[in-house]
Design a protein around this ligand. Structure first.
Ligand SMILES: Nc1nc2c(c(=O)[nH]1)N[C@H]1C(S)=C(S)[C@@H](COP(=O)(O)O)O[C@H]1N2
Ligand SMILES: [Mo]
Length: 301
């Protein structure tokens, strides 16, 4: 297991690491004891032991604002300015707020959460995220009874993000969740990975991660969280509604129109290694299946 040295984290522009470090040393000899943290004992735990390397996690990315090839985000995002950064939480809420990253790091304690990211393209990696539950953030604004869905907007900045100069998707990148999905404790506001601040290519300074859904639901570099009454249309739904539904739960029994979703290629494995079986809800069936009882998941894909 990777040890997190104090020298590795203190010099960075710290949003969360100071506190997560304190938390990690209180658990064990300078390293984060995964087994004692929440969300590691799930159905996919046999697989989350093999974390993907920092190099693969930070050089094999999908982030169309910085280009459509897998290493474009790494190459093109290094000078992206993430400071100052503010996030507004608005819409169907009692008390809208606008928070700076500094305020967020003061208000919420990040912890390590190891989850598998399953891309709709058929590959996956296991990422030791740092973050906290989105529900903690949403509790600060008190959603009204009309708040049925949550919409996430990534930043729009074509001067810095040259991918936004092309109509690959409708910008800004938009995603959404149903309110109960957003309030589920597994739905995470990500502030870092491998005990360090979040690299630009992974969505700095703040992104969402929804462990049981395909990777594209987890919008990067978010600036706005809006609670709404009607189901939002995400950028991917708008681009291709036949291929990308609103729910986008990982489901090995519902194929993408152009390929099977039954198995996945694990990034970092030997190229001859067999693909592994994709698990229902990405391995979190026990935790989240109750959100979808009586729903036809073939129809609401
Ligand atoms: N703003 C934004 N968020 C995004 C994307 C994107 O292109 N733009 N790509 C999505 C897709 S398809 C995936 S698989 C994950 C990839 O996250 P990672 O690069 O941190 O592994 O980010 C998601 N979030
Ligand atoms: Mo993806």
């Amino acid at each position: 297991m990777k040890k997190i040295k104090y020298s590795e984290i203190t010099p960075e522009k710290i949003y969360n690491n100071r506190r997560s470090f304190i938390k990690s040393i209180s658990i064990g000899a300078g390293s984060i004891a995964i087994s004692s943290l929440p969300f590691s004992g799930n159905a996919a735990s046999d697989k989350i032991d093999n974390k993907t390397s920092y190099k693969d996690i930070t050089t094999y990315n999908n982030y169309y604002e910085f280009g459509t090839s897998k290493n474009d985000p790494y190459k093109n995002s290094q000078n992206f300015k993430t400071n100052p950064w503010n996030i507004s939480i608005e819409g169907e809420v009692e008390s809208p707020i606008n928070l700076s990253m500094e305020e967020i790091s003061e208000m919420f304690l990040s912890e390590e959460r190891v989850h598998r990211l399953r891309c709709v393209e058929g590959w996956s990696m296991v990422i030791p995220w740092m973050g906290f539950s989105l529900s903690e953030l949403l509790s600060k604004v008190t959603p009204t009874s009309k708040a049925k869905f949550v919409e996430f907007d990534s930043v729009y900045d074509p001067d810095q993000m040259k991918g936004q100069r092309y109509p690959v998707l409708k910008w800004p990148y938009k995603e959404g969740l149903r309110i109960d999905e957003a309030m589920h404790p597994l739905t995470t506001v990500v502030t870092g990975l491998y005990g360090k601040k979040l690299p630009n290519q992974n969505g700095a300074p703040l992104r969402i991660f929804v462990p049981w859904k395909y990777g594209f639901k987890s919008a990067k570099a978010i600036v706005k969280i809006k609670l709404v009454e009607k189901m939002p249309t995400s950028s991917w739904m708008r681009a291709s509604p036949r291929e990308y539904g609103f729910y986008s739960n990982v489901n090995p029994y519902v194929d993408h129109p152009r390929w099977s979703q039954a198995t996945e290629r694990v990034i970092g494995n030997d190229i001859f290694a067999p693909r592994v079986k994709t698990l229902m809800f990405n391995g979190y069936e026990e935790e989240v299946a109750s959100l979808y009882t009586d729903m036809d998941l073939k129809k609401y894909f």
